[in-house]
Design a protein around this ligand. Sequence first.
Ligand code: URP
Ligand code: ZN
Ligand code: ZN
Length: 457
Amino acid sequence: MDLVIENGRIVTTGGVFDASIGIKEGRIEQIGGAPAGRRHIDARGRLILPGGIDVHTHLDAPSEVGSTADDFYSGTLAAAFGGTTTIVDFCAQAKGQSLSEALSGWHGKAGDKAVIDYGFHIIITDPTEAVLEELKTLPDRGITSFKLFMAYKGSQMVDDLTLLKTFETAAASGAIVMIHAENGDAVLHLQRKLLADGKTEPFSHALSRPPMTEAEATARALMLAEIADAPIYIVHVTCEEAVREVARARKRRAGVFAETCTHYLYLTAEDLRKPGFEGAKHVLSPALRQMSDHKVLWRALTNSDLQVVSSDHASWLFEGQKTVGRHDFTQIPNGGPGIEERMTMVYQGVVQGEIGLERFVEICSTNPARIFGLTTKGHLAPGYDADVVIWDPDADRKLVQSDLHHRSDYTHYDGREIKGNADIVISRGEVIVENNAFTGAKGRGQFIARKKASKLL
Ligand code: URP
Ligand code: ZN
Ligand code: ZN
């Protein structure tokens, strides 16, 4: 073997057990027994997890206030330190661009920078007939998920006909459609009313996006997908009202999936009231909700109404990007960082008794791999990529901005006392994080052409 991890406690969706792992040529060769290898890691007292998979990131994403602070180097480096070994990032089509042009742009951003493996979803912002035709060819190029926005009227929002046509194309070509579900008309109407009343501060963001704007769009998207008999994945579900719609749809049919994001498990709309315009750091869409929604989301993650926790890492800087909206909350770029914090913060759910260890790896790694066609990742068994995290379950630490590796100028969780740490991170058999240092090389990450959804769901 090239590498042997011994004395650790392996966590998979199927159970928690003590065994050695033998790794050869980047893959898991053997679990159990006493394999001999060139290097042995003693994982006594620690957990062995499949590397985290974050299927919702926005690295080097352009906007009117400039690009997100993290490119594919700093973003994937931060991911690795947090125990994530694969991301699927959103490649956003610019208006007038073909999807091929958009994808070659994203390959250019990632190719010589990513330190962990990556795939791309495509965001369709300009759904011309030619673009919808081109869409059919993407699954054969390893892009097996298409994202549409029902919010952001006037920029990314698409109409119901586009939703329906995209669902049909996805069903026929082996892709899954990811939906940002908020009623863009209702949000715009409420935004205008709030601004007309002089309500310009960050808290108005939550008032302009009440839970029903999310629940209505969620229900509509789920039904349009049902009409087209297509698989669907609702991104960033935040509240009881939307969870209820997802749960109902999952009872009706297969191929319905949904995620929540780390921040919706810990933050509330009250965070938008922070003084000194700091509330702008928490302007996320859909908006942050109430404490009672946290419980609902944990319960949904436990009973499989929700299957995934993603970061939605969109690292707009507070200084210079968020502050653009100082006098108008609608100008604050939506999103925040979280790629490094995700695994740790979800692990706090284990510490607090919200979820078990098996469910932790399932929602952070195994399910995202299964839903998005990463067939060699997300599990610890012979034949799988040796993407492994040696996790110290007892580490006590404080999560602070200065310790993180992202280029964001804040974290949502600054100062929180937490438990657990990704001590050693292994990507395709190579140790890339150890002793709190990066030991890999810039650009070592590989593009993963994902398998078609129709073969998996
Ligand atoms: O607030 C968010 N979620 N920003 C990132 C873009 C998106 O809508 O996913
Ligand atoms: Zn979104
Ligand atoms: Zn997003």
